[in-house]
Design a protein around this ligand. Structure first.
Ligand SMILES: NC(=O)c1ccc[n+]([C@@H]2O[C@H](COP(=O)([O-])OP(=O)(O)OC[C@H]3O[C@@H](n4cnc5c(N)ncnc54)[C@H](OP(=O)(O)O)[C@@H]3O)[C@@H](O)[C@H]2O)c1
Length: 281
């Protein structure tokens, strides 16, 4: 697979404008759409060069051109399919070859499947497990030494409120996100005091391409947040000194998550099954 690199657009520096480029790299997966694209925009606004990862190369190239124009950073496209277990190794090799210190990893790529487990496509759920769990785990492991090499590194794993309880009807998706939240919380504790910020971001339903990719309304339970709300909340948490390991976005989502863990298991499972019933018919 080729790992094309986008040449930086030469821009004439504006007089008296503050220097934009820090010479630090943010690697963002899922950057072709939705939350990942917005995370890439915000890191670029903060002066980070960005490496944009997803399958749709045309979208990555369009975003790279936009970011170079708007933020004056270098934006590189790294098209790859994260359902290939080897993809994280290729992506890290490509990012390291850029020679820019890697300071940020945003694991945002992910997708959901829905419906009764017995009817789910076994190959699609295998891809879902790899993209949502194996890929962020290996990317985190491979890039952690770079993120730890100087204070101020960030590891942001985009999980979900679906990680807060088992969800019949979207069982595999919920299980993958439970894994990701659990992993990230452990890493938060392991890395305390190192200067690395680790965060499991748990948005509820958010207006992105996610529902279309999933082909189901089962995920759109309750109110749907905007991308801006979710990404702003994430950066507010990242900017707070000593923020916690997990951020659940939205008061109602936090209450629902707490109630799910307190309720008796049979009741909690029955309520969850009703909420995701759009996936069961
Ligand atoms: N939207 C929600 O309601 C919601 C709620 C909670 C959590 N989340 C999480 O937020 C994250 C971002 O999703 P989104 O809402 O922004 O949805 P989205 O607009 O569908 O974006 C998903 C991103 O993941 C990438 N991706 C999917 N499969 C991939 C693969 N095999 N290889 C490489 N990249 C792949 C897609 O890129 P390509 O298709 O170009 O490969 C796309 O950039 C996901 O982890 C999702 O689970 C979303």
């Amino acid at each position: 697979m080729s790992l094309p690199k986008k040449s930086p657009t030469k821009k004439s520096p504006q007089k008296d404008a503050p220097p934009k480029k820090l010479g630090h790299l943010a690697v963002v997966t899922g950057a072709s759409s939705g939350l990942g694209a917005e995370f890439a925009r915000r890191w670029a606004e903060r002066g980070y060069d960005v490496a944009l990862v997803a399958r749709r190369k045309d979208r990555l190239e369009a975003l790279a051109a936009e970011l170079e124009e708007s933020s004056g950073v270098h934006a590189f496209v790294v098209p790859d399919d994260l359902s290939d277990p080897e993809a994280p190794y290729r992506i890290v090799a490509a990012a390291e070859a850029l020679g820019i210190p890697i300071r940020v990893l945003v694991n945002c790529a992910g997708f959901g499947t829905a419906g009764p487990f017995v009817h789910e496509d076994s190959r699609r759920i295998a891809d879902e497990i790899i993209v949502n769990t194996l890929a962020p785990t290996i990317l985190s492991r491979l890039l952690l030494p770079a993120l730890l090499s100087a204070p101020g590194g960030v590891l942001l794993n985009v999980s979900s409120t679906a990680s807060h309880q088992p969800l019949p009807g979207i069982a595999v998706y919920a299980a993958t996100k439970s894994y990701l939240t659990s992993l990230t919380e452990s890493l938060w504790q392991e890395q305390r005091g190192t200067g690395l910020t680790v965060l499991a971001l748990c948005p509820g339903p958010t207006a992105t391409g996610f529902f279309e990719a999933a082909g189901s309304d089962a995920f759109a339970v309750g109110s749907v947040a905007t991308i801006d709300t979710v990404v702003r909340a994430a950066f507010a948490s990242l900017d707070r000194p000593d923020s916690g390991p997990t951020l659940t976005v939205g008061f109602r989502n936090r209450v629902t998550g707490s109630l799910a863990s307190l309720a008796p298991q049979r009741i909690s499972l029955a309520i969850a099954a009703r909420l995701t019933s759009g996936a069961r018919g």
